[in-house]
Design a protein around this ligand. Structure first.
Ligand code: SF4
Ligand code: SF4
Length: 434
C-alpha cells in the first residue's frame, strides 16, 4: 500500500467516484445490465473488496478531495451483498480519515431487494442517501428486472422500499428508460410520484451495444434499448406534467440540470458538460477506470494500491478522456442551437454518424433535440424567475394563466393550445361524453 506523499499537480480539487465493492456481482440478472459482463475482466476473483483495500480507498479518496464536502458512493453489481458490517467499517474509516469540519455524505445505489429493517436503521443513523432502482409499475419493472432464475423482482423491491420509508431514509428513484417502459412516461412518473411518494427521481437511458464483449463497441443496439425519439417523447411527457403541477415538489434530475444550463450555471452533470472525466469507477480490487461506463481494458488507469488516486485522476490518459468529449464533437453538434444544454451527451452513446457522415454523434440526438426545443419557453421563464430571486415554481401559475387565456380564445378548428398537434375540437375542445 502507498505511504509516500502523492503528487497533487493536475488533480482536480474534487471528483466523483463510484466504488464497486462486489465488482459486477449481483443477486439479480437484469436483462439489459451492461455491468454483468464485466465479471469476465476478473476471472477467478472472489469479487469482494478487502478491508485493506477499503481503508486504502477511503484514505486516498478523502485525501484527494480538497473541498469541505464530498461523498462516498457505493454501487455495483449489488453492494449490499457485502453485508452490513462492511459498510459499518466504511463509516468508521471515513470518521478516522476525514479532516476536521469535512462533511462526507454516504450514498449507495441498490436494487433494494436485500434491504431490511437493520440496513435501514443503519442508513438513517448515518444519513445515507439511497438510490433505489425501479423501472415503473410492476409489469414495466418486471419486463427486464429479474433474478438469475428469471423471476420478477418488483415485490422484493417494494418490500425494501417500505423499510426505507419506515425508517425515513432519504432515497431517490433511479429509473432506466428502455423499450418496455419508454412509451409510458405518465404511467411511470405518476407511479413514482403518487404511489411511491418519491420526491427525487432520476431517469437514465438504456442504450446497450449489441456485441459479445459487453464493451462500448459496435454501432447497433440491443432491442431492449430505448429508441432516440422514444427517449425524447418520454421526457416531454414527464416534463409537461411536472411543469404544470410539480415544480418545487418533485425533483427530476434531468430537469434541474437543464434549468442550470438555461440559467448559465456551470453544468452539474457530466453528461451535459462540455468535458467530463471527473466521474470515475473503482473496482473491488483497487483498479481505477475512467468512468463507470468504461470499465474496460482501454480505460484502465491503474491500481490505487500502486499509484495514488490523485495521480491517476491527474494522469494524461484521464485528462485526455475528459477532453475528448469536446475535442471529438462533430460540427453538427457545434452548430446545434441546443448545444449549451446538451453538449453532445455522454460519449458512451456517441457512436452514430451525423447527417453529413461525421462520426461521433449521440445515438439519442433526435430525442435530446426534440426535448430541449420543447422545454425552451418554460425553461426561459423559470430561468428569468431565478434571476429575479423568485421561485421557479411560479411557472405553474404563469403557464396556467397563459393556457386559460389560450383556451378561452381558441377556435374549434384551430390547433389545440395544449400542443398535441390535433385540432381543438378533436382534443381539449371535444364535447364531454353524454
Ligand atoms: S463518459 Fe459519460 S458518464 Fe462517463 S464521465 Fe463522461 S459524460 Fe459522464
Ligand atoms: S441535440 Fe444532437 S446535435 Fe445538438 S448537441 Fe445534442 S447530440 Fe449534438
Amino acid at each position: 500500500m502507498i505511504d509516500s506523499e502523492p503528487t497533487r499537480a493536475g488533480s482536480p480539487p474534487a471528483f466523483h467516484l463510484l466504488a464497486k465493492p462486489t465488482g459486477a456481482v449481483c443477486n439479480l440478472a437484469c436483462q439489459y445490465c451492461f455491468f454483468l459482463s464485466k465479471e469476465k475482466l476478473y476471472p477467478d476473483s472472489p469479487f469482494r473488496m478487502t478491508d485493506e483495500m477499503l481503508e486504502e480507498y477511503i484514505r486516498q479518496y478523502v485525501e484527494a478531495q480538497r473541498v469541505p464536502e464530498a461523498s462516498i458512493a457505493w454501487q455495483g453489481g449489488e453492494p449490499t451483498l457485502m453485508g452490513l458490517d462492511f459498510f459499518r467499517r466504511s463509516v468508521e474509516l471515513v470518521e478516522k480519515h476525514k479532516r476536521p469540519k469535512m462533511t462526507i455524505q454516504h450514498t449507495m445505489q441498490t436494487n433494494g431487494t436485500l434491504l431490511d429493517d437493520e440496513w435501514c436503521e443503519f442508513f438513517k443513523e448515518h444519513n445515507f442517501l439511497i438510490g433505489i432502482s425501479i423501472d415503473g409499475p410492476a409489469e414495466m419493472h418486471n419486463a427486464y428486472r429479474v433474478d438469475k432464475g428469471g423471476n420478477p423482482s418488483f415485490d422484493r423491491v417494494m418490500r425494501g422500499l417500505e423499510f426505507l420509508k419506515k425508517r425515513k431514509v432519504d432515497f431517490n428513484i433511479l429509473c432506466t428508460v428502455h423499450a418496455a417502459n419508454g412509451d409510458y412516461p405518465l404511467e411511470v412518473y405518476r407511479f413514482f410520484r403518487d404511489e411511491l411518494e418519491a420526491e427525487f427521481v432520476q431517469f437514465i437511458a438504456i442504450v446497450v451495444r449489441d456485441n459479445e464483449t459487453g464493451f462500448q463497441e459496435g454501432k447497433t443496439v440491443t432491442d431492449r434499448s430505448v429508441e432516440p425519439e422514444q427517449w425524447g417523447n418520454f421526457f416531454i411527457g414527464v416534463f409537461d406534467e411536472w411543469v404544470r403541477r410539480d415544480v418545487g415538489q418533485t425533483y427530476v434530475q434531468f430537469f434541474d440540470v437543464a434549468l442550470g444550463n438555461w440559467v448559465g450555471a456551470p453544468p452539474s452533470l457530466c453528461v451535459f458538460s462540455p468535458t467530463c472525466g471527473t466521474a470515475l469507477a473503482l473496482e473491488h480490487n483497487g483498479d481505477l477506470y475512467s468512468c463507470d461506463h468504461f470499465v474496460e481494458p482501454n480505460y484502465f488507469l491503474g491500481n490505487i494500491a500502486e499509484t495514488h488516486i490523485m495521480e491517476l485522476v491527474a494522469s494524461d490518459k484521464q485528462q485526455k478522456f475528459g477532453r475528448d468529449k469536446l475535442d471529438t464533437l462533430p460540427s453538427y453538434c457545434q452548430e446545434c442551437d441546443v448545444l449549451f444544454a446538451c453538449h453532445g451527451g455522454c460519449p458512451k452513446n456517441r457512436f452514430v454518424e451525423t447527417p453529413d457522415g461525421q462520426p461521433g454523434l449521440n445515438y439519442l440526438c433526435a430525442g435530446y433535440k426534440a426535448f430541449f426545443h420543447h422545454i425552451d419557453q418554460p425553461m426561459r421563464i423559470m430561468a428569468d424567475l431565478l434571476r429575479q430571486d423568485r421561485a421557479p415554481a411560479e411557472i405553474m401559475q404563469i403557464l396556467g394563466a397563459q393556457e386559460r387565456e389560450a383556451f378561452a380564445t381558441v377556435g374549434r378548428n384551430d390547433p389545440c393550445p395544449c400542443g398535441s398537434g390535433r385540432k381543438f375540437k378533436h382534443c381539449h375542445g371535444r364535447a364531454a361524453p353524454e
